[in-house]
Design a protein around this ligand. Sequence first.
Ligand code: MN
Length: 200
Amino acid sequence: MYTLPSLSYKYDALEPFIDTETMHIHHDKHHEIYTKNLNDALSGHDDLLRKPIEELLRDLPMIPEDIRTKVKNFGGGYYNHSFFWQCMSPRHDQTPGEAVKVGLEKTFGSFSTFQEEFTKASLRRFGSGWTWLVLDEKGLAVVDTANQDTPFSEGKTPLLCLDLWEHAYYLKYRQARSEYIQAWWHVVDWEHVDELYRKK
Ligand code: MN
């Protein structure tokens, strides 16, 4: 069984950038439903229910065909949100740790160019999806995925993600995805990103 992970900070810890009500609905309702639907889809498959979610997403072809789409969608939603909460911190306006800072500068030229590329990818994504900073065989990269798809399916390791579904920002920012993205940069947990990058 998969369980809904608790937030490691209070629901109002990301104010004023991400509002308390959005955090409640997003975590307690949306993430909860993904968790429930994932468990329902996997009921009777005790071997799969015991595996870490990353493992299922990394190798979707091994999932029985009749439940594969459900595992991709609900398992993706379950993993993406679990990771998204970890990508944000009550300690606002962090700067990137040294290791990932050097990596970003090497790949993108500068930290602000990376931010521009990540923002551009987030605005370009039509409809619902996610933007990611990932590590692949060539190094750091910005990618975006549709719906609840994850970079695992393409063999990439996530370091940072941003939820682009309207439920992530509509209450406070209405249709203004760009304002949401600008606000979100203030709450990125760069310490967490750096830790994952150093473990690479
Ligand atoms: Mn979401």
